[in-house]
Design a protein around this ligand. Structure first.
Ligand code: OGA
Ligand code: MN
Length: 375
């Protein structure tokens, strides 16, 4: 409580913008925050300070459905037995996080999935971001002043029912198969949280650099809000702001660390939220300790996660030293529901609706220009 007052005090010192709501005020505060200073004193940390080992994680009473997921299925998805999970924070086996990071960079970024680069580049140019970027990334230290590789220009990828950023809708006619490994992981996590029968139908993957932000928004485009939204974070830590149903409610700030899973369900499913800040690693460009080990020891025969080769690991490591990757998984339709039939009128208004640029909300125009491959 005392800590919160300190942060609110500092916010007041920021030049107030006319008509600014409480959420936006704190968004600006954290966007400008200095890591390692009192600025972050009010940010809730679900984990114990780094370096004191996984056992030191703050224990929050969790209400997980331990019997819904067998230890074996958890293991297949690269997760610890549900009995070991802690509310909001779960420590994956070292090594397993790499599987998801590698999938986000190497596999999910490929066609038929959709990404931000598609608008500015041909299919041939975006064909294999990984192949085109891996040498660049492995030599990152040597050549700091080189142009950004394609992977470093990647901001978002959509999976399954592809989210339309302009109409803010999903539609039946823009669908490609959802990755089965990520669907399996999501089903286990949802079941452990009491949501049996969760169907992973759409995904938005966010690729953050240290200067990226995610604007204040509510995820309301899914048609069944009784289903949870799952969010998995990897790489550098971020400040996550969770607000209220309205923008004029001040948000609560919390850290989102590598391996953390956030489940937004029930009342929190439709709350305003944002990521105003990705934090650089405390000791220069380094990795969170849970990502230091490349390979898991033993995997079950029917595991959905696979070992990451030394070579792939090097590329991922180089990328993640200055980046954060976030996967969000959504069930769009209620079980057995179909998309409602849209009239021609509704389709027309879709196109004219003002577009919402998800990542880098603030500098949307500027960033879009920067994505030009010639620059
Ligand atoms: C989203 C989202 C949060 C994050 O993709 O809708 O809110 O932690 N992501 O990146
Ligand atoms: Mn969201």
């Amino acid at each position: 409580m005392g800590k919160m007052a300190a942060a609110v005090g500092s916010v007041a010192t920021l030049a107030a913008e006319p008509g600014e709501d409480a959420f936006r005020k704190l968004f600006r505060f954290y966007r400008q925050s200095r890591p390692g200073t009192a600025d972050l004193g009010a940010v809730i940390d679900f984990s114990a300070p780094r370096g004191t080992g996984p056992g030191a994680r703050k224990v929050v009473r969790s209400q997980l459905s331990v019997s819904s997921v067998s230890d074996h299925d958890a293991h297949r998805a690269g997760l610890q037995p549900v009995s070991k999970w802690q509310a909001y924070g779960l420590q994956g086996y070292p090594g397993y996080q790499w599987h998801w990071v590698k999938q986000c960079l190497k596999l999910y970024s490929q066609k038929p999935n959709v990404c931000n680069l598609d608008k500015h580049m041909t299919q041939e140019e975006t064909q294999d971001l990984w192949e085109q970027s891996k040498e660049f990334l492995r030599n990152k230290e040597v050549n700091k002043r080189r142009p950004r590789s394609l992977l470093e220009k990647l901001r978002w990828v959509t999976l399954g029912y592809h989210y339309n950023w302009d109409s803010k809708k999903y539609s039946a006619d823009h669908y490609t198969p959802f990755p089965s490994d990520l669907a399996f992981l999501s089903e286990q996590v949802a079941a452990a949280c009491g949501f049996q029968g969760f169907q992973a139908e759409a995904g938005i993957l966010n690729y953050y650099r240290l200067d990226s932000t995610l604007g204040i928004h509510v995820d309301r485009s899914e048609l069944d809000h009784s289903k949870p939204l799952l969010s998995f974070s990897f790489g550098q830590s971020a400040i996550f702001l969770l607000g209220g149903l309205k923008r004029d409610e001040a948000p609560t700030a919390m850290f989102m660390h590598s391996g953390d899973i956030m489940v937004m369900s029930g009342f929190s499913r439709l709350l305003n939220h944002a990521v105003p800040r990705v934090l650089p690693s405390p000791q220069g460009e380094s990795l969170p300790c849970c990502l230091e080990t490349p390979l898991p020891t033993v995997l079950p025969r029917d595991s959905v996660v696979e070992p990451c080769s030394e070579e792939d690991w090097q590329v991922c490591t180089s990328y993640l030293k200055t980046a954060r990757v976030n996967m969000t998984v959504r069930q769009v339709l209620a079980t057995d529901q179909d998309f409602p039939v849209e009239s021609m009128e509704e389709k027309k208004t879709d196109i004219t609706t003002e577009g919402f640029c998800h990542l880098d909300d603030e500098n949307c125009q500027v960033k879009r220009v920067k994505l030009n491959p010639d620059s």
